[in-house]
Design a protein around this ligand. Sequence first.
Ligand code: GDP
Ligand code: GDP
Length: 448
Amino acid sequence: MKLPIVALCGRPNVGKSTLFNRLTRSRAALVHDLPGMTRDRSYGRVTCLDEAGDPTEVFELVDTGGLDFDGADVITMGITRIAEAAMQEAHVLVLMVDAHDGWNPDDAEIAGRIRVQGKPSILVINKIDGVRGGSPDSAFYELGFDEVHILSSAHGDGVPELLASIQAHLPFHRSPEEAEIHDPGDELRFAVIGRPNVGKSSLVNKFLGYERSLVSDVAGTTRDTVDTVFQVEERIYRLIDTAGIRRKGKTNEGAEKLSILKAKQAMARADVSLLLVDAVEGVTHQDAVIAGYAQDAGAAVIILVNKWDLVEKDTFTSLAMEDRIRQDLGFLQHSPMMFVSALTGQRVSKVFTLIHEVADAHARRIPTGKLNTFLREAVSNFPPAAVEGLKPKLYFMTQVGVRPPSFVIKTNTDREMHFSYQRYLENRLREQFGFVGTPIRLAFRKRG
Ligand code: GDP
Ligand code: GDP
């Protein structure tokens, strides 16, 4: 299987091969020749545990410093043309610098070469164990990376966080079994999910503008899940359709279970999922179960209340109904809600604008500087309460991933931050940065 590639860059002696060996566990057999190359590259496959706890290969790591340098190729900063080729084929670029030596002009030179690639890039400040006081040279932050990891390759501190962050940048990090090399920029993937008969097929037909499948009241209509790729103006969409889950011979209950499974699979592949709820029947237990899965999976969701044409309305209907639906769903409080009719087409065209808003929020990156200003303000407005005599201190905040946006805050304690304080920070983050429709992950780690 073809895996995404992560290139490890940096001048000699910063610790690239030490990290490479740690991540790949240095299985020599994995270092191989690449066909067509006259020299070796150090390639290693990095294995992580998947959701079921099974080891899965998630990406290929290239140590650009592990190249067999040909004297003529070596340029001052220690990058060769081959290293540049490795950077070009990589999906994620990691620049390693040496905290013990401090800032070096070659670091800036290599950072420049990484920047022009326009790819997700991460700065790793290595050898922090060798720095008195534990704070790296602040000049490193001026290299212009949004994401910075401070670690010790030799001792392993900080390496799991780096790995999580690399994974978050991989083009298909959310489900290795769906692995296919996919340029994240080229299409927006959205799924239509919900229990049988809420109107999924009808909505899909409205989107696509033709009767592409039989929509019928007859329980037992059979159709397989298919993706449809289509274009609206300049944008390409991939529609992951989960309708057609009503198989002949299945009981109602079986069909409902199957629709939950299909919804889970679709959410794992989609950038944004449209959860359809029936305006007449309201939220069922099954809808709430799907909402819970969406929350757990970190999926971005828009709630569409369908069959709005069947509801007798007065001025307060939609507000009252929105309240009740949110209460019954339990999760997805951050998801926007829209009242539509797949039958009449009411508001259906507006769904696309929302899909874009939510997809952007799901993939949004907030620069480290802004996050730390945010953290300082949030804490000074409302400091966390002392727990058993210890006052929690929140030092530093970084974003370690997207889809969903995930943040780590360094603290002075191993204790879990109180739930209400986590909620406070999440609400402030949403106010300030507008993460509509996406869950947010916040983790607290004791400063090492
Ligand atoms: P590379 O040439 O960039 O691949 O660097 P190496 O991995 O060969 O490391 C260069 C030197 O730095 C070796 O002596 C390593 O043992 C040392 N080194 C690597 N990582 C660390 C670290 O996290 N802390 C300390 N103190 N030394 C390190
Ligand atoms: P699916 O099982 O979720 O794919 O649902 P279908 O699209 O097959 O729709 C189930 C039934 O609901 C069909 O009879 C549709 O005509 C009807 N339906 C779907 N959307 C609407 C709507 O917005 N308004 C009304 N009145 N009926 C709808």
